[in-house]
Design a protein around this ligand. Structure first.
Ligand code: PAF
Length: 300
């Protein structure tokens, strides 16, 4: 990656972002900003930046004077049979997006910087990571929790920004920050969607045109379920109906479709408090996740 030299991390000029590759350089830059009374927001990413990430960056600028975007495809959150090698890596294109978004600092550590050979610590968040995606990807949340904890401790930002698209990840990060007394405010940003409703995701690039056509039904099914649940429909009935609708739409498999409490992620039978409808589905080998909020109907 080409970029401004690290020394200019303290200037607020626009242009290509300063790329910092070591924890030491990141800490030095953050210390310099703090000395001048500037606040810092971190946007953790795995690169392949898209509109969803740009919305996170926008929220970061509203929260702090300085925005650090980390780009690190975290091997610890991929199982051996998953798409770590194939995961899109955009390099220069990511830096161009960051420059356009006026981000002046990218933290792009190597795997060796994040996980030296004798690395031996794993952060695990309990109950909220056990169901939903955690049921089939048990390694995933430990990998995310470990890398997010490291990034927060490396940068010590006042705020860190996460998308609601990965809702269970957001809940897990909120929980770990609370449990470990990490002094960072977690800011959630609503899912960015394509005009037909498909949640923007780096993995959408894997879809064939036919799969892409089917994919749009996922958000339509979830939103329709959320509307009926808000009107008082029982969750079990809506899950059955949603499963049937996803089948008719042409999805190759449904890993889960669930109605859960928005904070605990416990499955619920009816919506009395803020809730979430969440799903993971397959189109060929591509796994898509999505979720939508459900607000309980106001009682007379
Ligand atoms: O959501 C992501 O892109 C990743 O899970 C995160 C939070 C950057 C950790 O690697």
């Amino acid at each position: 990656m080409t970029a401004k030299p690290a020394e200019s991390a303290d200037s607020l000029e626009s242009g290509p972002p300063v790329v910092l590759e070591t924890v030491e350089a990141l800490r030095k830059a953050v210390r310099g900003w703090r000395t001048r009374g500037e606040t810092v927001a971190l946007v953790p990413t795995m690169g392949a930046l898209h509109q969803g990430h740009l919305a996170l960056i926008e929220a970061a600028f509203e929260a702090a004077d300085r925005v650090v975007v980390s780009i690190f495809v975290n091997p610890a959150q991929f199982a051996p049979e998953e798409d770590f090698d194939a995961y899109p890596r955009a390099g220069e294109a990511d830096l161009k997006h960051l420059a356009e978004a006026r981000v002046d600092t990218a933290f792009v550590p190597s795997a060796a910087e994040m996980y030296p050979p004798d690395f031996a610590t794993t952060v695990r968040v309990g109950a909220v990571t056990e169901g939903l995606c955690g049921a089939t990807r048990p390694h995933f949340f430990a990998g995310v929790a470990t890398v997010v904890t490291k990034l927060l401790l490396q940068c010590l930002p006042e705020a860190a920004i996460f998308g609601e698209k990965d809702y269970q990840q957001l809940v897990a990060v909120r929980r770990l920050v609370r449990d470990l007394d990490i002094p960072t405010r977690i800011i959630a940003v609503a899912t960015v969607r394509e005009p037909d409703g498909l949640a923007v995701s780096s993995r959408n690039a894997y879809l064939t045109p036919e799969q892409r056509r089917i994919a749009r039904s996922l958000s339509a099914v979830l939103h329709a379920m959320a509307e009926r649940l808000a009107e008082g429909a029982p969750a079990i009935q809506q899950v059955d109906r949603g499963m049937a609708e996803l089948g008719v739409a042409g999805f190759d498999g449904v890993e889960y479709l669930a109605v859960c409490d928005a904070d605990s992620l416990e499955p619920i039978s009816s919506v009395e408090r803020p809730a979430r409808v969440l799903a993971a589905v397959y189109l060929g080998t591509t796994r898509l996740i999505d979720n939508v909020p459900v607000a309980p109907a106001a009682r007379a």
